[in-house]
Write a protein that binds this ligand. Sequence first.
Ligand code: SF4
Length: 250
Amino acid sequence: MPAIPAQPIPATGLLADALGRPLRDLRISVTDRCNFRCSYCMPKEVFDRDYVFLPQSSLLSFEEITRLARIFVAHGVQKIRLTGGEPLLRRGLEALVAQLAELRTPDGTALDLTLTTNGSVLAKKAAALKAAGLRRVTVSLDGLDDAVFRRMNDVDFPVADVLAGIEAAHRAGLGPIKVNMVVKRGRTSRRSCRWRATSANISAQASCCASSSTWTSAPATAGAWTKCCRRPRCWRGCRRTGRSSRWIRP
Ligand code: SF4
């Protein structure tokens, strides 16, 4: 096994992909656990009571995560997104946020530090996360209709609690808030495909797993309704043309 040097070797050069494009974003999964059982992600049949998640001893500690993040930042990373599972289930996550918020890029700029969450405990945590240095959040929300949302998360979790979490994040200044939505044929009603970005600080995106293919995603204009055109596989068209005109504003 190679020896670990006592002093870290200074970073040189930027990280890049095979085409030479610099890698600026880093996603860090802090837990493999989640309190939802969305069928497209953690179906109950697989992630049941007997499913064995990673033991705590196999997870990187906050100090180890911060050490790795520091190395990535020295190599050009500017944005870090914390994910899971559900990242807010990791106990004391605010402490990790505080450590990451101290990191600086080589030119002294603070990181764009964000987090993706299902929003289930966001109402309780939003203020503490902001105080620790988190900049913004992305919330997964698969429906505004309570019955639809409960069916999508498959643990009977009420949509009102997630909406309260979004409100709390907004009040805490964790913006701009992005809302992600997955549309499932037969589960998500046409009505719940409609979103309203009620604030300049909130944008919405939707994707669809109908027919096991993703439709589309498009940013919503603040204050405007957006609606999925329900054309199957239309994301291919959007990607090809780069147009968002397949989204309708009544
Ligand atoms: S809330 Fe997110 S992580 Fe949890 S089961 Fe649903 S999609 Fe997966």
